[in-house]
Design a binder for this molecule. Structure first.
Ligand code: MG
Length: 257
């Protein structure tokens, strides 16, 4: 080995030493798989298109509700059942903070502090629609998988946002599956609309079901979307998030135009 080679080897090992130290000191900086969510979360939080889709969903819900009330003998016997997160309230600030820290936000281990101390925003159109339903005398039930142990915090958050009919009885949190909580509502009401961003907000067939089966049921129930079932966009998280993308199998041809 020549002197030059020895010096090069020594220089390389000196350069490598601080890098190895940095890696072991801050492993989370090299593990940032949550970064994969960035574009979806950006679309969810920042795009005007999401805002338009949310307003569109609430416009459709208003039209359907008005028709149901006009046809009903007693509007108080009618109910709407709505999910909370990403349907009525926007939690993207929590997800954006966690993503910035490379913390895998869909592990949901930062969620409980957010329920207690977080300040979610309203989804555009939500409050206006719910106030409209309230004025029509329709019963509102909030069915959400937020923590029942922390219910007082969710009630406080909803009250602070000025949402109507918020009470311990009207907010049904995680315990039995949503299908069972909807059955509690339908025992003494006619549910005219379901609102949600996740498919199990609408039907138990979507719960813990592979994507292929979800798509099949979505297609079978094509007539319900926008009539009985009002679905909201959520590009921030969902059962789809790990699904592999399907690409065109042709060879790439690059051609300026
Ligand atoms: Mg939701």
């Amino acid at each position: 080995m020549t002197d030059k080679r020895i010096w090069l080897g020594l220089a390389a090992s000196l350069l490598a030493a601080p890098l190895a130290f940095a890696d072991s000191a801050a492993p989370s900086k090299t593990d940032c798989s949550v970064a994969e969510f960035r574009m979806g979360l950006r679309f969810q939080q920042q795009s005007a298109e999401i805002q338009a889709l949310q307003l569109q969903a609430y416009n459709i819900a208003t039209e359907k509700l008005d028709k149901a009330v006009a046809a009903a003998k007693d509007p108080a016997k009618l109910a709407i059942v709505t999910d909370l997160d990403e349907t009525v309230i926007d939690n993207s600030a929590l997800l954006a903070r966690d993503l910035a820290n490379c913390h895998q936000y869909d592990a949901w281990d930062t969620w409980l502090p957010w329920e207690r101390d977080g300040t979610p925003a309203l989804i555009p159109g939500a409050k206006k629609f719910l106030e409209h339903a309230d004025k029509l005398g329709v019963t509102i039930r909030y069915v959400s998988d937020r923590s029942d142990e922390q219910k007082k915090y969710t009630l406080a958050t909803l009250s602070k946002l000025g949402l109507p009919q918020v009470s311990a009885d009207s907010v049904l949190l995680l315990g039995p599956p949503k299908v069972e909580r909807r059955a509690i509502v339908s025992a003494d009401h006619q549910i005219v609309l379901l609102l949600g961003d996740t498919l199990h907000d609408f039907d138990a067939r979507f719960r813990k079901t592979p994507l292929d089966a979800q798509r099949k049921t979505v297609a079978e129930e094509a007539g319900k979307w926008g009539t009985e079932w009002i679905v909201f966009p959520n590009a921030g998280y969902g059962t789809w998030s790990k699904a592999p993308l399907q690409g065109w199998d042709a060879e790439t041809v690059i051609e300026p135009w």
